[in-house]
Design a protein around this ligand. Structure first.
Ligand code: GTP
Ligand code: MG
Length: 186
């Protein structure tokens, strides 16, 4: 890991391009990053939601950081700490000049939550490229996968090409995410 930010003055505001991964707690952000890197334990994965409490920057090559953002919507985190996370995330989106892409992760088994919708609407004007990843696709049947993508497209007003189905158990989604990343940094 390259760098961790717990506090606003630890954020990396400029420099190499950044692509951030956001979604509710436990949706599979850290697992996805580990798959993209081909490493088992680069980003911490846990059964316990709320594992990633800081903003973690992973330097993949000279020109790029992938950024693991703390998951939102985890009820058991106390009020003061939740507030601190929220403020750090707000500052991250408002000030990170090198942030060019945001990958929104949404559990393929569930409709987007209110917080998912808020993130989508709030970041749309701030970040140039958006990709939506439906996670844990192995947990639904193959016929449901197409339906889940179609439904998300309608719910958030997306285009087909913006949605990827992903599972740590299946290889296909990974390739599309990596292609999207190389396209936007090119
Ligand atoms: P926070 O850091 O708490 O915000 O969570 P996160 O979004 O980083 O989720 P994490 O990657 O830690 O995964 C949460 C749980 O879901 C772990 O138990 C993972 O093993 C599991 N998980 C993640 N991706 C998949 C997937 O594609 N399929 C299945 N079956 N389980 C998954
Ligand atoms: Mg995590």
């Amino acid at each position: 890991m390259e760098k961790t930010a717990y506090l606003p003055d630890q954020l990396i505001l400029a420099g190499p391009a950044q692509i951030a991964f956001a979604g509710r707690s436990n949706v599979g952000k850290s697992s996805l990053l580990n798959k993209l890197f081909g490493r088992k334990n680069l980003a911490k994965v846990s059964q316990t939601p709320g594992k990633t409490r800081s903003i973690n920057y992973f330097r993949v090559d000279q020109g790029l950081y992938l950024v693991d953002l703390p998951g939102y919507g985890y009820a058991k985190v106390g009020g003061a700490e939740r507030k601190r996370w929220g403020e750090l995330l707000d500052l991250y989106f408002e000030r990170s000049e090198s942030l060019i892409g945001l990958v929104h992760l949404i559990d393929s088994r569930h409709d987007p939550t209110l917080l998912d919708r808020q993130l989508h609407e709030w970041t749309a004007p701030m970040v140039e490229h958006h990709l939506y990843v439906l996670t844990k696709a192995d947990k639904i049947s193959s016929s449901k996968r197409g339906q889940a993508a179609e439904k998300l497209k309608r719910q958030l007003g997306l285009e087909v090409g913006q949605i990827v189905l992903f599972s740590t158990e299946m290889p296909e989604g990974k390739k599309r995410i990596l292609n999207w990343i190389s396209d936007i940094i090119a």
